[in-house]
Design a protein. Structure first.
Length: 419
């Protein structure tokens, strides 16, 4: 069992308003570079497990900052560094993600993606730039830092390609939370529902668990004009998709949040030929582990029996546990919320409802106490509107200073409050 140290007495050095003032000063110095880093990452996005350039740039900058124990190639393209304070103490981790999405950008930004079909549509470019900014700030504050800060730049948060492994689970397997052992971990995700200047937090469940499925429906190919001579996997797939929607509406307690979404349908190559196979792919989201298990049971039954009812067969070729729900440790969250209030101003730190999005930050939070929060990036006056994972989403760079400040303060105040 891991026990979180309780704030009893502050360690020697700056504290309170003096610490905040110094962090603000250091953040102000680094901000022009943070904006440029963000724009560079945005213009050169890379997909999961393919983040070679991004990792190279991150490692190069961390080397310039004088970060200790710099490691590259963790979980393929992960980068991990350590900033050792001048006095002994625990180790706290800060984590950001590196990968982009298979989306064709339509923002018209001067620094829009130069890689066709790839876009930082989830804000990982901002996450990486903010953690680099915090690293620069923290590297210059070793004199007031008791303990160490581990910097985790993780690849493949969006999910490894088919047939590959990646992300937080592999980072953990390769020892990212050890040597030195991490006592707590923090992360920030941009949020397009919150206005710039706001930070959203929640104790307990913040984000949903994520399961990823792939199904192959097999029938018998025939001429499109003579469907009775074959078995139509297109119609069977359509019925499967509709039947899957009854899981949430009829099999899950209406008081429990759950989502079943088919997001990919592939089948057929000619307008007048019924294909032999159709491939379906999608995701399932829940906040309750028991509901998660029940949905899988219903999913398997509905897919296979609906296909059989149409004379087809269905093979569930994958049902992957991407990540459990993100659980924010209650004691850690209550302890660090005042830090967020110092970073953003008390009225700007608000409790939010749980989200159905998922994050493999949950893997770290299974191992050590974690606190994951949302950073507002919506600003209509600046044209920063839209939704994550869409081609038109624009994020407000005016949120970057708060993100850097919050990350640096979370690390410093956790360490200074630990014994």
């Amino acid at each position: 069992m891991i026990v979180i140290p309780i704030l009893l007495t502050a360690s020697p050095g700056l504290c309170g308003d003096d610490l905040l003032a110094r962090v603000q000063q250091e953040v102000k110095r680094v901000m022009p570079a943070v904006v440029q880093w963000r724009r560079d990452f945005h213009a050169h996005p890379e997909l999961s497990n393919r983040e070679e350039r991004t990792a190279r740039v991150v490692a190069g900058l961390l080397g310039e900052f004088g970060v200790d124990d710099l490691k590259t190639g963790v979980a393929r393209h992960g980068v991990v560094g350590l900033i050792r304070g001048k006095r002994p103490g625990p180790t706290v981790a800060l984590r950001a993600d590196l990968d982009a999405l298979p989306v064709q950008e339509q923002t018209g930004l001067p620094f829009a993606s130069e890689n066709p079909g790839v876009m930082h549509a989830c804000g990982h470019d901002m996450h990486t730039a903010m953690l680099l900014g915090a690293a620069k700030v923290l590297a210059g504050m070793r004199d007031v830092m008791p303990g160490s800060v581990k910097l985790i730049f993780q690849p493949s948060e969006e999910g490894a390609p088919v047939g590959e492994q990646g992300g937080a689970a592999v980072m953990i397997q390769e020892g990212v939370l050890r040597n030195p052992d991490v006592a707590a971990i923090f992360g920030i995700h941009v949020n397009t529902e919150l206005d710039t200047g706001k930070i959203g937090y929640r104790y307990g469940t913040l984000l949903a668990s994520v399961d990823r499925f792939r199904v192959t429906v097999t029938g018998k190919q025939s001429h499109g004009a003579m469907p009775w001579q074959g078995v139509d996997p297109v119609v069977a797939s359509a019925q499967i998709i509709l039947a899957l929607q009854t899981i949430v509406s009829r099999k899950v307690d209406a008081r429990e949040p759950a989502v079943v979404s088919v997001c990919v349908i592939n089948g057929g190559r000619a307008f007048n030929i019924l294909p032999e196979t159709v491939q379906l792919e999608g995701t399932i989201r829940t906040h309750n582990p028991e509901v998660r298990r029940e949905i899988e049971k219903h999913f398997r039954r509905i897919v296979q029996q609906t296909a059989a009812a149409h004379g087809a067969t269905a093979a569930i070729t994958a049902y992957e546990d991407y990540a459990p729900h993100v659980w924010n440790d209650l004691e850690l969250g209550k302890r660090m919320t005042p830090t967020l209030e110092r970073a953003a101003g008390q009225p700007n730190v608000i409790e939010v409802k749980p989200f159905m999005g998922g994050e493999d930050f949950a893997r770290y939070a299974e191992k050590v106490p974690g606190f994951y929060v949302m950073l507002g990036v919506r600003n209509e006056s600046a044209g920063a509107v839209g939704r994550l994972h869409t081609p038109q989403v624009v994020l407000d760079e005016g949120a970057l200073p708060l993100g850097v400040r919050a990350l640096a303060l979370l690390a410093l105040e956790y360490l200074k409050g630990s014994k």
